[in-house]
Ligand binder design. Structure first.
Ligand SMILES: [Zn+2]
Length: 106
């Protein structure tokens, strides 16, 4: 996932690390049939689960919101569509957190 040319905050480095870790996991398991959308879906899901597991639910929420913000373009658009039925995705976006803004969960 690209974060633009800005200097990354520690929080975004952690999210990016887990995201890229998820891509790597996908590539290791699917090296013979790589699929961009499936890889992106796995990377997003892996990063959200890892942030949850490491005790950063607010970062997980911000990451999910960030991904939703990129859902206008492939492969994020398809990945978000895949994740909408995922219980982890639903629970993160449906949870009230300090970082949560006024936007509606879709
Ligand atoms: Zn990615």
């Amino acid at each position: 996932m690209k974060r633009g040319g800005q200097i990354a905050s520690p929080e975004s480095l952690l999210s990016t690390f887990f995201h890229e870790y998820g891509h790597t996991n996908y590539l290791v398991e699917h090296h013979d049939k790589e699929d961009e959308v499936a890889s992106e879906t796995e990377a997003i899901r892996f990063s959200l689960q890892a942030l949850e597991n490491e005790g950063y639910p607010n970062l997980a929420y911000r990451e999910a919101e960030s991904v939703k913000g990129m859902a206008g373009a492939t492969p994020y658009k398809e990945a978000v569509a895949n994740l909408k039925s995922d219980p982890l995705w639903q629970s993160i976006l449906g949870r009230p957190t300090k970082s949560r803004g006024p936007q509606e969960v879709s």
